[in-house]
Design a protein around this ligand. Sequence first.
Ligand SMILES: Nc1nc2c(ncn2[C@@H]2O[C@H](COP(=O)(O)OP(=O)(O)O)[C@@H](O)[C@H]2O)c(=O)[nH]1
Ligand SMILES: [Mg+2]
Length: 348
Amino acid sequence: MEIHPLVTSYQRFVANRSDHKIGVIGQPDAGKSSLINALVKNAGAHTSVHTDATLETKDYSFNTYGTLVDFPGVGTEEVTAAHYKKLIQQSGINDFVYVFESKIKEADIELFKYLAKNEKHIIFAYNKTDALVDITNQDSVDDLKRDKDTELKVTLKPYIKNPLSYFFISTLTNEGIELIKQEIAELFERQQQDYNEKYKTEEMLESFLNYKTNSLLPKLFTPSFKEIVMKKNYQSLERTILNHFKLQEDDIMIHNKEWPTIQNHMDKFDNEETKEKVSTLKEIAKIAQLLRTAFKLKTLNPVTTGIGALLESGAVNAFPMLQGLTNYISEIKDIARNIIKSSQEEAE
Ligand SMILES: Nc1nc2c(ncn2[C@@H]2O[C@H](COP(=O)(O)OP(=O)(O)O)[C@@H](O)[C@H]2O)c(=O)[nH]1
Ligand SMILES: [Mg+2]
């Protein structure tokens, strides 16, 4: 079945509020980009024998919902630990693979403190195990790996409670690549489950609908709003509203018995109480109150131009019009809610 465009925009809204990225960070030249190349088919991530000069991050699709993000190395002249923290903060990423190739440095510790403090989740990888040899030839590779794990535990113990150990990998010989790939796949799966959970919540749906309604207002209260109202050309407003909510005629017909119009809603309020002449001041207060509660607005900035123009023109009946408009919007919002709710149920 084709996905409704409104549902697509809800999916994007939820995705923007969920994790779907894992950052590949770590020491310069540790093989971060090489690891991405080993994990992602045709990634073509730039690798280099020279201290990596990349200062920016780059995205690579791991699967349909997960993205690996290649970072520069930490602790170079260009990329200090302080600069790195900013990069990480800007990325908004919460899960990382931290790649090492040598002993833990000052810059690593500083970065790790930051990651721990911000409760980031880290998978530790020790790369280039093919080059892990003891020059004195006394220790076996396993002994060397044990030493590395001990170094990791001891150095990072002050900052983290649970025991840590490395994924020992080599992008050259492929050692450990399948294992770390599996770990990464599981992490992306967890992120996707979180997304699915969020997708189904009432709060997320309501916050999307409120966002939709608020972003509608500047489209309605344009400089020509006054003219539209004076000419009672409400259809152009209705079209704007339906387009904004990405609703088609069919959507309305399925969910409603009657075709909704602003005029219908106005007629419902066309009683003695609202006809009574009210002072402009009283009118402004009523309108402000109406809009604030209807749209959960903190400020009325986006709508003041429209209302101002209405009141200037001496339209004492601005209130019934806006009340009709507000109720029309909430009817459309209900239809939008129903469409997304059915997609939430399908996601069960
Ligand atoms: N011996 C060995 N060299 C590697 C391995 N992985 C990467 N390299 C080399 O290390 C250098 C830096 O790799 P790169 O992926 O650019 O590191 P980055 O700066 O962390 O992205 C390149 O010359 C790679 O060929 C490995 O597992 N073993
Ligand atoms: Mg690189």
